[in-house]
Design a protein around this ligand. Structure first.
Ligand code: FES
Length: 86
């Protein structure tokens, strides 16, 4: 039996991150996950409330680690990190 692990990617959808492009980054994550269609891990993609680090936005939380100043160009590397972490 194959073990599946659940991992999480949460994009801050607070006002500041929204204005800095969080919706586009969310779309980029969804497109990257669709492209990979990885079935060794389940990644839950979702939004998050303001993480109180607005000046460093866009903020993305991956498996409870915070990443700052995220752009769409960072998305493939962040998905790699998400899949690699235990
Ligand atoms: S709006 Fe994203 S950290 Fe505050």
């Amino acid at each position: 039996m194959e073990k599946k692990t659940t991992k999480t990617i949460q994009i801050c959808m607070g006002s500041a991150c929204h204005l800095k492009g969080a919706p586009l980054i969310a779309q980029a994550f969804q497109a990257e996950l669709d492209k990979r269609n990885d079935n060794t891990a389940i990644i839950e993609l979702g939004g998050a409330f303001c993480q109180s680090r607005c000046i460093e936005g866009v903020i993305v939380r991956i498996n409870n680690e915070i990443y700052t100043h995220v752009t769409a160009a960072d998305v493939p590397a962040l998905v790699d990190i998400c899949l690699r972490e235990e």
